[in-house]
Design a protein around this ligand. Structure first.
Ligand SMILES: [Zn+2]
Length: 320
């Protein structure tokens, strides 16, 4: 099989570890036998990817073209969680950019906490909500349109990296956006978390699947040093804060390939404690959904009122 080289280590030997996605549709997933990075066996071309995201993606992936109230409330709460864990480690009032801002709630949360927060998103449909209703500083553009002029103190990349053809290209560009010593927060699904059986793991929109080791190796080879990891090994998401170091060292974790394959094999037979954790997490999630259903509409209208009151002076109000 002819494959594109591994985005992390550049080697080109892969082993197939999955034949279907989480919905049972055909999807070949492979692991790099050198570094252990897991990805689609066939990485889509730029043209294929553009077509996917510009047409059916929002509807396929989210089932919505405009964000619904529950989605907005969830995004806001998520933004508060991220700001709560990352904010105290940033310089107060510093310039923060979210790449792939989605609905744009996280940008607004950071702004309300005193940061100069901005967001970009290439899709943009969801972004219109926060731009028009929350007065957030967001724009529809692509990461690579931003000049590498070291003008940000922090960059956030939340549930984006797994969708990219080349996470390395994105991280190298982000390093160029950051001032020396700037912070980079990345969050993505944790393939190592025993949250689902192997056949339920893979997603057609997630081109790359990370474990702690591959995310750290990649970031460190793009000029970052790990400052803090949030959550534990059971957490369904990796949440890592890196600091720009300027030193790009690819240090392969030699044991990662073997460990990753072994852990994925084990996820077919979840140990008892992992199953209990899965069920309790799931129940908590369902309880949250029920709560969201009741509160979301009210929450969003209050949010729009609050943020509407904070409109920047250059935005003219309604004509009398
Ligand atoms: Zn590799």
């Amino acid at each position: 099989m002819s494959v594109s080289p591994c985005d992390l280590c550049g080697h080109d030997k892969f082993e197939i570890i999955g034949r279907t996605d989480r919905h049972g549709a055909p999807l070949d997933t492979a692991v790099c036998t050198h570094c252990g990075l897991v990805r689609h066996a066939a990485v889509p071309t730029e043209a294929e990817l553009n077509r996917f995201y510009s047409t059916t993606y929002r509807e396929d992936y989210n089932g919505e073209k405009v964000p619904g109230a529950r989605r907005i409330m969830r995004a806001w709460n998520n933004g508060q969680r991220i700001c709560g864990q990352v904010g105290p480690l940033l310089e107060p009032g510093c310039r923060v950019l979210e790449v792939g801002a989605g609905i744009g709630c996280t940008v607004k949360v950071f702004e309300r906490q005193g940061f100069r927060a901005e967001g970009i998103d290439p899709g943009g449909e969801f972004l219109k909500f926060s731009r028009d209703q929350l007065n957030a500083s967001v724009q529809i553009t692509d990461l690579y349109q931003l000049p590498e002029d070291q003008s940000f103190e922090a960059v956030l990349l939340v549930h984006v990296i797994e969708h990219l053809r080349s996470p390395r290209q994105a991280l190298e560009h982000i390093a160029g956006l950051l001032k020396p010593g700037g912070m980079f927060y990345v969050e993505c699904p944790n393939l190592q978390a025993p949250f689902a059986r192997r056949k339920r793991l893979f997603h057609s929109a997630h081109i790359h699947n990370f474990v702690p080791s591959t995310l750290q190796m990649l970031a460190e080879s793009c000029g970052f040093k790990l400052r803090k990891r949030f959550g534990d090994d059971q957490d369904p998401n990796l949440q890592m804060l890196f600091q720009h170091s300027g030193s790009c060292e690819l240090q392969i974790d030699e044991d990662n390939y073997r460990r990753t394959v072994e852990q994925l094999g084990r996820s077919d037979f979840l140990p008892y404690h992992a199953r209990v954790r899965y069920v309790t997490d799931r129940m908590r999630k369902l309880a949250t959904y029920a709560d969201e259903h009741l509160r979301a509409r009210r929450f969003v209208s209050d949010l729009i009122n609050r943020c509407g009151d904070e409109a920047p002076p250059q935005v003219s109000g309604k004509a009398a």
